[in-house]
Design a protein around this ligand. Sequence first.
Ligand SMILES: Cc1cc2nc3c(=O)[nH]c(=O)nc-3n(C[C@H](O)[C@H](O)[C@H](O)COP(=O)(O)OP(=O)(O)OC[C@H]3O[C@@H](n4cnc5c(N)ncnc54)[C@H](O)[C@@H]3O)c2cc1C
Length: 413
Amino acid sequence: MEIDTQFDLLIIGGGLVGASLACALADTSLKVAVVEKHVHSELNYGSYDDRSVALAYGTRVLFENIGLWSSISKNAEKISSIHISQRGRLGVAQLDHQQLGVAALGYVIENRLLGQALYRRLQAASNIKIISPALVTGITQENGQRLTAISLDNINRTIQSKLVIAADGAESSVRKWTVMETSEKDYQQTAIICNVTPEYPHNNIAYERFTDAGPLAFLPLPDFVAGEDAQSRCSVVWTVSPSQADSIMKLPDAEFLQQLQACFGLRLGTLQRTGQRTAYPLKLVQVKPGATERIALVGNAAHTLHPVAGQGFNLGVRDVMTLAELLLEAGLNGLDIGSQSILQRYQQARQRDYKRVIHSTDTLALLFTYRFKPVQLVRSAGMLLLDVIPGVSTMLARRAMGLSGRMPRLDYD
Ligand SMILES: Cc1cc2nc3c(=O)[nH]c(=O)nc-3n(C[C@H](O)[C@H](O)[C@H](O)COP(=O)(O)OP(=O)(O)OC[C@H]3O[C@@H](n4cnc5c(N)ncnc54)[C@H](O)[C@@H]3O)c2cc1C
């Protein structure tokens, strides 16, 4: 593959977050390269496995701003209400889109279909070059440029850019190469994901059920249509201990469905079919703030969260839209897009959102697993409070929907 060696911006990683950043910069004056180690068109790696993602309402607004929502929404199912319960205890909370005056609380889409919409946009953009499969093997700095070494077709090449974006996921090599201070917490929990067909339609309700082992979510997916036949589907994220996960993963489908049913109950009738299961060990990864020269982190490279509140990708979308806004503004004003002042502004703009989302997700992930009596009472009271005082649930829902705080604009046309 013949490639240019000079770009304004080089994005390492073409997962959901790296590709979203490139989409936000599509058809602008910035010359952008996306380097992805897998064959990007196959969409069967990293972000694009069998998972589905719950998009917050605020994420819809951000994708609308860059003209992408219509191609995403045709494959997404809306969440009209969220039903929150706790296994074996009192207290059920219900949040509804009408309480908040929005069309939906969020949307659920299969990661691969979201990836298709993103890559279609990138392939149509004249200023974006996708370099894949190519592995980034190192980065250095010289004369105000970042030099990125890549291995493409087993040949080593070097690309120069004013700025490098690390969108290379939870195990980010860029973080290691630049010795950024990182903290990690192992939750000792594993998320098992799969799609199931329940007896009754989901009616656009998302269910979040807290159990002693961890949370269990059933998210509404678009129906599976085969000829005249349409089957309701839910995306399941079931969090259990690592040892439970080992045995659950080995169960035949029928026994797996029985155990899932025992945990979830009969809200959607009998669970009839399941798709393939995949297991994800869960951890929290945080990077200590501090701008590194000509490098910015986005998505899982900057923060890896527990999936309990479905916030990881949504937080990453707010990273990339904030960054894109700053870079385009700098470009319009003739400033150096890789300068320290722009990167510091980016860091400062993101810290509050990081603290809020990481703190609430971490608390939620752990609170419902404590077996200590007073904690159990507090959380039951919390569930009642949520349902009884409308202001509390509205405030929490607005946060979860990504609607609190300032929204990046990206309306430069
Ligand atoms: C079970 C589960 C459920 C989830 N549900 C939700 C949800 O409902 N809502 C939500 O908002 N979030 C959710 N998340 C979080 C979400 O999946 C992640 O935040 C998101 O996938 C992160 O994307 P990313 O692009 O930052 O990282 P990744 O998906 O890890 O992508 C990184 C990319 O970089 C590439 N790469 C890495 N190193 C190199 C290199 N050296 N050279 C070239 N390329 C490289 C990789 O191949 C990969 O494609 C969930 C997570 C889990 C585990």
